[in-house]
Each structure stands twice: as C-alpha cells, then as structure tokens.
Design a protein around this ligand. Sequence first.
Ligand code: PHE
Length: 527
Amino acid sequence: MTESRAQWKSKMGFILAASGSAIGLGNIVMFSSNAYRFGGGAFYLPYFIALFLVGMPVMVAEFGLGASTRKSFPLAMRVAGGRAGEFAGWFAILNAGFITMYYITILGWVAGMAWGALTTDVTASFGASAKPPFFDSFKMTYGPFFGVVLVWILNLLIVSRGTKSIEPVVKVFLPLMWLAMIVLVFVGMSLPGGFEGVKVLFTPQPEVLGDLSVWQGALSQMFFSLSLGFGVMTAYASYLPKDSDLTHNAVTTSLLNCGFEWIAGVAVFSILFSFAIAPSSSTIAMMFYVVPAGIAAMPFAAKAFAIGFFLLLLVAGLTSSISLLEALVAAGQDKFRLPRWRTLAIFGTVGVIGSLVFALPAAALPGLPLGLWLLDLTDHWAFGYGLLIVGLVECIVIGWVVGSGRIRDFVNANSRFRLGVWFDLLLRFVIPGLLLMILISAVSQGEAGGLYGTKTDFSKTEGILGSFLRVSPWVVFLVWMLGGGGLAWWLSGRRGVEEGLPDLEAPLPSGPGVRSAGEGTAGEVDS
Ligand code: PHE
C-alpha cells in the first residue's frame, strides 16, 4: 500500500492557503502600478471582465483537475490529456520554477528593506530625495544574498511537512495581513489629499478600452494574481476531500484576492497622492522607491510604517512563494515517488542557486550597467508570455481533451451553485480565444506585461556587452523554448507512476481502475 495523500484539516485551512497563495506582491504593488499604467479607472472594466470570464472559471477548472485526480499538475494533466497534457504540465512547472526563483529574490530584497527600515533613519534613507536611495546602496552590498538565503530557509521550513506545516502558518499569517492592510487603508485615507488618489483609482476612462494592451495587462494581472497557470491551485486542490464545494472555494478565493487588491490600491494611491509622489508603472520601482518615499513622508511614525509595510510584503510574499514551492515539490514527488525531504533538497538547492544568480549582478558586478536585466528578461518571457501560453494550453486540454463537461460534472456533483453549459463555452472558446488574441498582440508588439513592468533599455550600452544585451532577449527566449520544452518533453516520457493513474476513459470522480495513492471513497485519508 502506498501512503495516503495528505489532506487539509479544514475548509478554512484550504481557503486561507489558496487565498494566501493568491495574495502577494501582485496585489500589494503590481496591481497599483498596473492600475496607474493603464489609466486608473480605465483598468476597471477589463479587470472585472477578466475576473468573471477568465479568472474564476480557470480557477474552478484548476481546482477540479486537482481534486478529481488527486495529483499535482503534470500528472493531473496526464490524466486529462495523455503525454501531451503532461508535457504542458511540466512546461508550466518549469515556467513556475523560474518565477519562483526570482519571486524569492525579490522577497530577499524586501527582507533587506525591512532591515533597512529597522536600522536606518527612514525619513532620510527612504525619502524621495535620498541619494542614493536605500535600495540602490543595499543592492550593491552582499545583503541581498543574506536576504535570499533567509527567505529560502523560511520557505523550506514552511513546506517541509506539506499541508501539515503550511496550514498552521497561513492561519496566523492571513489574518495578520488583512489587519495590516486595513490599518494602512485607514491611515492613507485620513492623510490630507489622500482621497484624491482614490478618485483617480476609481474614475473610469472609457477611451482607453480600445487599447489591446489594457486587456493584456488585465489578463496577466488576473492570472498572476490568482496564481493561475502555475499548477499551484491544482496542487493545493489535490489535498482536498473529494466532496468539497469547489465552485464555492474558487469564488471565495478569487473575491478575497481581488478585495485585498482593491484595498491595497486604495492605500497605495492615497499615500502617494497625499505627498504628491508620482506612482510608477514598474512594480519593482513602486515597491522599492516610490512607496518607500511615500511612507518616509508620513508626518508620524514613518519608521514603524516602513517596517510594517515591508514585513507585510514579506509575509504576503511568503504565503505565495510556499505555494509555488509546494506545487514544484508535489510535482516531483508525485511523479518519481521520492521521499519529501529529498525532493525538497533537490528543489531547494537548485532554487537557492537560481535566486542567488538573480540577486548576483548588482552585488557582484557593481558599476556594470546590468542592473536587473536578468530578472527583467526572465520576467518578460516566463511571466509575460509563459503564463499566457500555459493558460491557453491548459484550457485546450481541459476544454477539448478531457472535456470541460466532465470537469463540470465532477464539480457540480458537490457544489451548491451549478455550472451551466456556459462553463464549457468559456473554457473551450472564449478564454482560449482571448488568450490567443492577447498573445498575438504581445508578440507582434514585443510588449509583455510582467512583474518588472518596464523593459530595460539596452540601446545605450556600447561594445560587446551592448551587442550581447541587445540580442539576449532572443537568446533567452530560445534557451527557454528549446531547453524548457525539451526538458518538459523528456520528463513527460519518463516512467513514473503512470500505471497507477486514474483512467482517462472512466468518469472522473472515482472510476474503475483507480489505484493510485489516496484514491477511493470520501474520507479515505487516514485509511
Ligand atoms: N499570486 C501571487 C501574487 O499575487 C503570485 C503567485 C503566482 C504565487 C503564482 C503563487 C503562484 O503575488
């Protein structure tokens, strides 16, 4: 007998973990910079359309895939779409792996900022006129290395025992995050002029709606913010009891995520407008220069707010990065039946090295005009394009190969709110169509949204370095497509535990021939 699959202790635990995954840097800073970039209130309409037409249905599908197969993403996709499905699953996992690495690098910087807030005079070091701003001098030191290692250790500890160690942590962290954000909103709104910022956020500007890039921004914000297209939600849902109300879980998770995002936007905009500080369309700039400058201008307790803000970012980021790590580890563990600690050791080692490389250029090569180019490039491909490609393939596999009708039946069997045929239409036609359109427009304009938000301009860098930097986006793209695609194909061909997978032809809930771990009747966990 194989070990039975771990399970969340309560529905609450699952919702906290899933919304903890969703709520992260994307909510606190990326949303504000996107809202600013795409014209404040103009972002509204595409945003809500993306939420209801794309975000929620894809989340239901990812939950359904995980809960019905009780497998993490690649194997769940194998059940759904054979080897091609598994190939796409591994591609998603590799894509998620890259994003995990630099997400954790950014969290290492966030930890450094929290340390800076604690140990320096915030009004001077974080202020708009600081020369150099704290972040710049911090990046030149080896401080980021410590930050990155620290954040990795925290991640490994929190996921060490899977749901057993994740659940207690999110139960403490999530309420704290909400509390901190609510305090920030009240403070921001009570600042003189703060309300002006809120007005900008909510004043609609219908004229930009014809602009495809606004739609692209809204869709990638939605995918990233809801943690879709990473296999994360599938991994988390694979630890749910089979009779969970998945529609309810998906709606709750998305609304919690988007609610948090909106109030974070209110906090950020009101603080910035009160001190006449221009927002930025780059998430990185917003996080490390703009918002710190706003906080430094606070008439009282600037230091406490600075410490609090960066701790909030760190905690919110951690509840996201652990979900990424869990998705990766679960994928490796499910496929190769490795013990958890070994899988963690493998992913941890590769991950730490990767995150350190992203932190490297500035620390090791001060003075070179490299800046954050590696992060910028990876972000450009893995986030800007990779996510949308994964989303597209995932919808095709679920919509056409496994049949969205079967996922729908599975979900409906235990949900109070019943999904209608519209769910199939969305997954089969509308969502892939939208994603395809956005992808084509992104490719043709060479513009993709990302966490970084702005593209580094290499045109002024001279010499050999300059020529390399100018072609490097394409080098990175080729390495990623050929290397990543090849590796994913190889992984999907490796013999793993396929023989124990649920039968694709059988009805999804619990068909004959199901022999894998944890499969059986409801409540099987401890059997
Ligand atoms: N949703 C997270 C955020 O908004 C990022 C994330 C994406 C986390 C995918 C996990 C998986 O920051």
